[in-house]
Write a protein that binds this ligand. Structure first.
Ligand SMILES: [Zn+2]
Length: 147
C-alpha cells in the first residue's frame, strides 16, 4: 500500500517532518516584536508600520498559560476533532508570545497551568487523498529526555 502524501493544514505556519518541530514566526528588526503567524511587515502599533520583518523559528519549550477541555464533537468539516480534547494557550516568554493550539494528551489530570510544553507536528486527520498535519502542544514528561 502506498503511503499518502503528508500536507500541512495550512502553508507557512509550521515546519513539516522530518524537520525539527517549530512554528514559523516573524520578528521586527527595529522593535524586536515577534509575530505568529508570520507577517511581512511589523504589526506593532508603536513601531513604524512599514518595517519589513525577518523570519524566526519558535522551537523551544513553552509554558502552559491556560487551557480548556472540550466535551463535544465539532460538526463537519471539523468533525475530526473528537471529544474530549484539550486546547491550550502556551506562552513563549523569550518571544513575548502566547499561542493557542490543540494539546496532545490522554490524561487531562496532567494538565496544569505553568507546566512546560513542547511543540509537536503530527497528523490531525486524513482522507482518501492525504494526511493533514498541524502543530500541537504536548506536556514535557518530567525527567524525560525532552525536558
Ligand atoms: Zn517593529
Amino acid at each position: 500500500m502506498q503511503s499518502k502524501e503528508k500536507v500541512p493544514v495550512q502553508e507557512g505556519l509550521f515546519t513539516m517532518p522530518p524537520e525539527k518541530p517549530a512554528l514559523l514566526a516573524s520578528k521586527c528588526p527595529k522593535c524586536g516584536s515577534v509575530q505568529f503567524p508570520r507577517a511581512p511587515i511589523c504589526n506593532n502599533p508603536d513601531c513604524d508600520k512599514d518595517t519589513p520583518t525577518e523570519d524566526v523559528l519558535i522551537d523551544g519549550k513553552g509554558i502552559l498559560w491556560s487551557y480548556t477541555t472540550h466535551h463535544y464533537d465539532l460538526r463537519t468539516p471539523y468533525d475530526f476533532h473528537k471529544a474530549p480534547y484539550a486546547v491550550g494557550a502556551v506562552e513563549f516568554p523569550e518571544h513575548g508570545l502566547i499561542i493557542v493550539g490543540k494539546i496532545q494528551i490522554d490524561d487531562f489530570s496532567k494538565l496544569e497551568i505553568g507546566r512546560k510544553m513542547q511543540i509537536v507536528v503530527d497528523k490531525l486527520y486524513e482522507d482518501e487523498n492525504a494526511e493533514y498535519y498541524t502543530y500541537f502542544f504536548k506536556p514535557v514528561e518530567e525527567g524525560g529526555i525532552n525536558e
